[in-house]
Design a protein. Structure first.
Length: 170
């Protein structure tokens, strides 16, 4: 039951435009054809049969400036069984070469994030770097590992997710 999908075109377009308005993407990023960009989204895959991580690729080309925060809509969501979590990590080479890091250190995508009412479970990549770099459409940006998690025997959480990013802390 673990599977990646594209979010809807409407959700992708809204999140991409919102990233531009909130200045979390460079103003010079060209969206010549959002529909074409959406069509070209690549579902994450593993690079080798022994890879743990699924590679997420950039949907667009843009210049990254050092020490600037970016939030990039990936266009991807992930359905998982309720005892699984998706953990997101920078690619090793980007970390070593550019100081590429996720804004939240490690992305934790819970199974109930999928298809939530706020954003369909759209996975957003928040990151910054220590050095300028160019990210090209199709470049592998980060990797995500689906893994089982465990709860304590006295766990009594009964709450349901009520929204998207950050909603469980509200």
């Amino acid at each position: 039951m673990n599977k990646f999908y594209k979010v809807s075109y409407e959700q992708y377009k809204m999140d991409l435009m919102q990233s531009r308005v909130k200045d979390t993407l460079p103003p010079d990023v060209e969206f010549n054809d959002i529909e074409e960009t959406y069509k070209d989204l690549i579902i994450p895959t593993r690079s080798t049969k022994h890879s743990a991580g699924y590679d997420f690729r950039s949907p667009i080309t843009f210049d990254v400036k050092a020490n600037v925060k970016y939030i990039l809509p990936t266009g991807i969501k992930c359905e998982m069984s309720e005892d699984k979590v998706l953990l997101c990590f920078p690619r090793s080479s980007y970390g070593f070469k550019y100081g590429f890091r996720l804004l939240n250190s490690t992305g934790v995508i819970d199974s109930d994030y999928y298809n939530n009412k706020d954003n369909e479970g759209h996975i957003m990549l928040g990151f910054m770097t220590d050095k300028d770099m160019v990210i090209k459409k199709g470049d592998k940006l980060f990797q995500a590992v689906i893994t089982k998690f465990y709860t304590t025997e006295d766990d009594d959480s009964k709450e349901d997710r009520k929204g998207g990013i950050g909603s469980t802390g509200v």
